[in-house]
Design a protein around this ligand. Sequence first.
Ligand SMILES: Cc1cc2nc3c(=O)[nH]c(=O)nc-3n(C[C@H](O)[C@H](O)[C@H](O)COP(=O)(O)O)c2cc1C
Length: 160
Amino acid sequence: MKILIAYFSWTGNTRIIAKEMASVLQQEHYVSVFEITPLKERNYWKWLLLSFIPGSKVQIKNIDIDPSEYNHLILGTPKWTLSCPPFNQFISTLNWKGESSIFMTYGGFDEDRYLRSLQKRLEKFGHKISGTLKIKRSEIEKNKYKDKIRRFLVEQQLTR
Ligand SMILES: Cc1cc2nc3c(=O)[nH]c(=O)nc-3n(C[C@H](O)[C@H](O)[C@H](O)COP(=O)(O)O)c2cc1C
């Protein structure tokens, strides 16, 4: 299979998960990893402000990928208040009607509602969501996320 992992990460947690997923999947599939990067960096307060605006978007660096080359998309985002602008921008420009799964890292507040609403939004764009995974920041800090990732990928039938 050809799998695309596309993620945004500001403080590095979501990147850790993306890289671990890639290293598991690369043993069986052709995997591309793409990091969503804002055109302009912002400080915490500016990001926080934008994260309170539902659906807010910011410009991101050029996306040099053609999703139609892939069989499965894995999308990763941090949970930001009501909205993660770089990730919003990416998914709104992505033309994808195939199968995807979502992973999200979070601190520990309101994550289930956020993940459900993200899933609905992607389904409206045409994605067929085959699974979702949430990983708490503290699990990453304690290095307790690898089994969870493996189980998730087995459930998705992306690995054995
Ligand atoms: C602007 C901002 C808003 C956040 N809002 C929430 C929140 O509402 N709920 C929550 O559980 N975590 C929240 N977090 C914490 C992040 O979701 C968490 O630290 C995540 O793992 C960060 O991922 P990253 O390191 O890939 O950027 C927020 C972080 C930032 C920077």
